[in-house]
Ligand binder design. Sequence first.
Ligand SMILES: [Zn+2]
Ligand SMILES: [Zn+2]
Length: 830
Amino acid sequence: MRSVKIGRVKTACLLLLSLVTANAAGELVLADGGRSAYSICLSSQASPSEKRAAGELQSFLAQMTGAQLPIIGEQAAGTRPVIAVGEGALTRALKITVPQGESYVLRTAGNRLVIAGGRERGTMYGVYGFLDKLGCRWFTRDISRIPKRPRLVTGELNETGAPAFEYREPYFAEAREKNWAARNRVNGASQELDESTGGKVSYYPFVHSFAALVPVEKYFKHHPEYFSLIEGKRRSERTQLCLTNPAVLRIAVAQVREWIRQHPEAKIISVSQNDWTGWCECDNCMRVEREEGGVHSGPILRFVNALAAEIEKTNPDKLIDTLAYWYTEDPPTQTRPRPNVRIRLCPIGACEAHPYEQCERNAYFMKHLRDWSKITNQLYIWHYNTNFSNYLMPFPDYDELAADIPMYKRYGVVGIFLEGATNSAGGAEDAEMRSYIMSRLLWNPRTNVSRDIDEYLDAVYGPAARTMRAYHELRHKAVREGVHMYIFQHGRALHVTPELLTDGHALLEKAGRQAVTEAARRRIRHFLLTLDYIDAARSRQFVVNNGQFAPVDLERAKQLFASVVTRTREFGITEFREGKPLDDQVKDVESHLRPYRIVTMENDRVRADIAPELSGRVVRLINKRTGRDALRAPDPTELGYPDSGGIWLSVFPNYFHSALPARWNLVSSGPAEVVMEGSTAGGLRLKQQLRLNGSELEAISVVENTAAAAVAVTAQSRVEVAGDPSQADVAIEYQTKSGTRKSGALFHPGIPSAGGQPIVGGELPDGEWTAVSPSAPLRLVNRFDPAEVPRCTWNWSVSGENRLGLGVWTPEKNLASGEKLTLHTRYRVE
Ligand SMILES: [Zn+2]
Ligand SMILES: [Zn+2]
C-alpha cells in the first residue's frame, strides 16, 4: 500500500487513558493471551460497508488472537480503548482529517486506533489494509492466511492508503466472488460486490455497443445512410455507424439516456465500436479522418465527445467510455477526450510474454499509449491475460504483468480491466493465482510480486510449494529466452516446449506426491490438465500418409482427447475457448477425428494432395525441388479442423458474410487432373477442376445457380502459406494495376504483428502476386485473370505463426437462375 506520513501530532489528553493498552513506545496491545481490552467502535453514521468492515475486523482479529472484540457504538466508547472504524465523533474529537473516496487513514492516538476513509469503500479498504499489514492474505475464494497472533501489538501508525487506480477489474470467474473481491480491494463491474461491500464501478452495456445503440434491424431498411459505407455500399453486415451523420448522434443520445434510465447503477456507459472492422468510408467520415491525422479514431472520438457533451447536461455524474481498439488504437491529432469521457485502450495485438517496453513486437503499442497519455489523463486500459483460443494453455505472462501494471501507472493510466476467462466455472490456466497477483498489483503496482507468489504458493500448496515454484519458473523459461506469446495462439505455440510438457509433467507429479491437502492436489491436477490439453491437441495433427489424411496415431489421439474432455468436465469448465460451448467444440472435434481420403496429383516438380471431403481443399502443395510444403498446416485447436487452410474455393452471399457451408464430392481423379463438385443449401452448384501444369496448380472454379430464383453470391479462391514460426519474415510481392511495385517483409518493429486488408481498384495486383518467406525458403505465385477479379484480400500474422493468406474474389453478383460465375486461379511454387 502507498503510505504517506501525514503528521506526528499526539493527543496528550488521551495518553493518560492508555496505561494498560498502549506502552511507552506508542505501541497498542490489541490482544494478549486470547484476551483484549479493545472494542471496535462504529460511528453512528456508518455505511453498510463500514458495518460489514467492522464485522470482518472482529472476525479476523478473533481468528488471529482468540479474542472477540465487541462492536460498540460511539456513545458507548467513552475513554475505553477502541479501534474506531469510520469517520464520526471520535475522528472529529481527535481532529483527524479523513480522506474521501477509496482512500483511508490508519492512525494511532493514545490508546485509540482509527481506521477511516470514504464511506462508500474507503473505510472498508482501510480495514483490509490494516489486516494486510498484520499479515492477513485472501489468496483464493477458499484459502486465506490469517496468522495466529495471541499477542497482537501494533506500533504507532500514521499513514494513508489509496489505490493506484480508480478502476480495478480482474475479469476472471475466479475473481468474482464478493468476499474475495472486497478483501482484495478490486471494484470492477464483474465482481459480485453489492451495497454491503460499497458497490463497484458499474459499466453498461458491456462494450462493443454500436449495434445496440443504433440497431441495424430497426434502421437499416429506411436509413442505410446511418451505417458504414464500405467498398462503395452502405452495409448492414459487419458494419459500424456513419459517425458524422447528425441523425445517428441524436438517436445515440436518446438511447444512452434510455440506458441510464434502465440502469441507474451504471457509472460508465459504453459507446464503442462493434467487434469487427468496417469503419465508414463516406466523404464526411473520410474528411474527419484526414483532419485528425489520417486515423480511424478521429470520427469516433468526435462522435463520443459530442454525445458526452449532451449527456453531461442531463447526467453530469455519468462517464462515457469508448474503445481505442484494433483499427482505432491510434489517437487523433486534433480532438481530445472531454472530461466525462474515458478511453479504454486495448493492446489486442501485443506480445504478452515480455514487458511491453522491452519487446520490439510491442513498440507500436507503446507509441499509442504515449500518444493517448499526452491528450488525456483519464486513460483506461483493457489488458489481455489468457489465451482466448485455448483457455487451458499455459500462459506465462507474470514477468509482463509485474512490469506493465507499474508501467501503466507511470503513463498516468487511471483504470485497468484485465480480461481473462469468465465462463461459468472458470478454470483458465492458473486463473486463481493470476487473479490474486493482479489484485495486488492493481492496488499497489510496487508490490513485490515474487514475494506475493511465494506467499500464495506456500498457502495453497504447503509442502509442494517449492516444487510449484519450480514449475512456475519452468513455465516461463521459453518466454524468458525470447519466445513471444499472443492471446489467440494455437496449440503448437513455441512457448509450450516439449521440455515443458515432459519436465513440467514430472514436476507436477512430484508436487502431487508432496501435497497434503485435497485442495492442493486438485489444483495440481488442473495444471496437469493444462499440459495434457496441449499434448492431446498436438496428437491430433493430421498428416498425409498412404492415401489418407489422419493423425499419426488416430486411436491415441481419440483417447487423449476423451481423457482431457472428461477431466475438463470434472472441473466444471464450460469452454475450451472464448464463446464456444464445450459440448459444441467436443462434437466438432469428435466428428472430424477420422481419416479422410486423399487424392494426389503429381509430376516431377510438384505434388498436390487433395481432400475432397474437406471442402475440396488442397491440403499440401509440395515443391519437390525443396521437399517443402508451401501450404500452412492449420492447428488442431482451430475450429473446424482439419477442414481449414490450404487452397480452397468458398462462396458467400456478399463480401462481409461468412461462407456458405457446402458439401463436396470427388467426380474424377488422375495424376494431372482432379474434378470435384459441391453444393450449398441455397441451390448453388460448385465445380472445382484442379490441374497440374509443370510447377503450377491451376484451379478452374464455376458457381452455378440451380435454384429458380436469383441468388446473391460471390466466390473466393484462397491460399494460406506459412514460413518458420520462429521467424517473422513473411512478405508479399506484386505490381499494382496502376504500376506501383510492392514488396518487402510485412512485419517490422513499430507496427502490430498482424495485418491485412481488402484491395480494390488501381491498388489491385495486376494479375499476379507472390507470397514469400525467405527463411523457409518459400515462394508461391498466385495468378488470376484481372478481368474476373475486382477485389483481393490478404492477411498476415507473425503472432505465433509466420503466415500469409491471399484471397481473390469474383464480383458480388445477383446470379439469375441457371447463370454461372467463373474464377480461374493458378498457384505456382518456386
Ligand atoms: Zn460516414
Ligand atoms: Zn515479446
